[in-house]
Design a protein around this ligand. Structure first.
Ligand code: ADP
Length: 340
């Protein structure tokens, strides 16, 4: 029954075992696989038993046990027959084959699922990039004309406010489009030798006032002897901005945001740490998935961290996350030092 679920199959097999033994009425059987146990009807712990391991790919993952609930007189092997020893060994071997086949099938199904997911994401990315391109021009027009209109000195209060809202909303839309384009990798990378500390100082200037507004203490701990790296400046700024904006959003009631750099061996580290909300395990597992967000439409696109990871990986680097719910989050990025 290749299609049957493993659990159902084992239940049926275990029910077949007692009738195959010499004293069926006093026999009970069980199959233990990992943390699951399957028992024959009226199962009781045996006082005399035969046991055989289920071994999959060299590892014992369970066993089959058949035994008598009341003591029986001695035969070939305790109260059991040599044939019964052969039978239980054969059953354990067959079970190993079945379990292994199921594991391979499950793995295949999981990979296929992943492939479909990746395929869907690639299509979404392409579609997103096409739409973003189309929207870029009209958006630039809206922004340009709204900014022009805002310069008119004769504007009355309400109209001025409305125009400012148009400008702010358009800037937000432009931000979303920039992230979408970065996600679909439609922006070209240009690598040069970079002093990461300088880039951080420049980048944080723009975010300083945003931190102050939210009651966040922004701290820099920069290793002044940091070696240079080879990187695309605007892409790294994007990484820093995305991480810092996320940290700010995670601290709605203020807190402390620390940006640290350091060097070890041939690697430079950039650490962005906040004392914000932190994340649950479930959220942490999905943060790098494109379009995954726990924020409202106005605040989140769900693309920030997938862009960050994409950029870091394309620079030959790594990214790690440490988080504690209610205490804060730390993103650790490591990038290779530029060859001398
Ligand atoms: P967005 O910020 O648009 O939601 P991201 O990809 O940047 O998209 O982040 C995905 C999710 O990861 C966020 O919605 C949030 O739940 C979580 N997250 C990211 N950074 C932090 C952080 N510093 N603290 C807590 N949660 C975070």
């Amino acid at each position: 029954q290749p299609e049957a679920l493993l659990g159902e199959l084992l239940e049926k097999i275990v029910a077949l075992l007692p009738p195959a033994w010499l004293y069926p009425e006093t026999t009970s059987a069980r199959i233990v696989l990992g943390d699951r146990a399957f028992k024959s009807g009226g199962y009781r712990q045996a006082v005399q038993s035969l046991k055989a391991d289920i071994v999959v790919q060299g590892e014992t993952c369970g066993f089959v046990e058949v035994g008598y609930m009341w003591e029986r007189p001695p035969l070939d092997e305790g109260p059991f027959l040599t044939e019964e020893r052969h039978l239980i060994d054969t059953i354990a071997h067959e079970l190993s084959v079945i379990v292994e086949r199921k594991q391979v099938e499950d793995e295949k199904a999981r990979l296929l699922d992943q492939l479909r997911h990746a395929d869907r994401l690639a299509t979404l990315g392409q579609l997103g990039a096409a739409v973003a391109h189309e929207l870029n021009e009209p958006l630039a027009n809206i922004l340009g004309f709204a900014q022009l209109a805002a310069k008119d000195s004769g504007l009355v209060g309400q109209t001025r406010q409305d125009i400012e809202r148009i400008v702010a909303a358009t800037l937000h839309a432009r931000d979303v489009i920039t992230k979408l384009l970065a996600f679909a990798r439609q922006t070209k990378g240009e690598t040069t030798r970079i002093d990461l500390n300088c880039l951080i100082k420049d980048g944080l200037q723009f975010l300083q006032s945003r931190c102050a507004k939210s009651g966040i203490d922004l701290r820099r701990q920069l290793d002044e002897a940091l070696p240079q790296i080879t990187a695309d400046r605007s892409q790294l700024l994007q990484v820093l901005t995305n991480l810092v904006v996320n940290a700010i959003q995670a601290m709605p009631n203020g807190g402390c945001l620390t940006v640290t750099t350091s060097a070890k061996d041939r690697w430079v580290s950039l650490i962005v740490e906040d004392t914000g909300t932190g994340m649950t395990e479930e959220v942490k597992e999905r943060i790098f998935d494109p379009f995954f967000t726990t924020k409202g439409v106005e605040q989140g696109t769900g693309l920030g961290l997938s862009v960050v990871r994409d950029i870091v990986v394309s620079h030959g680097g790594t990214i790690e996350t440490e988080t504690r719910l209610g205490h804060g989050t730390k993103f650790i990025i490591r990038l290779p030092v530029a060859p001398s």
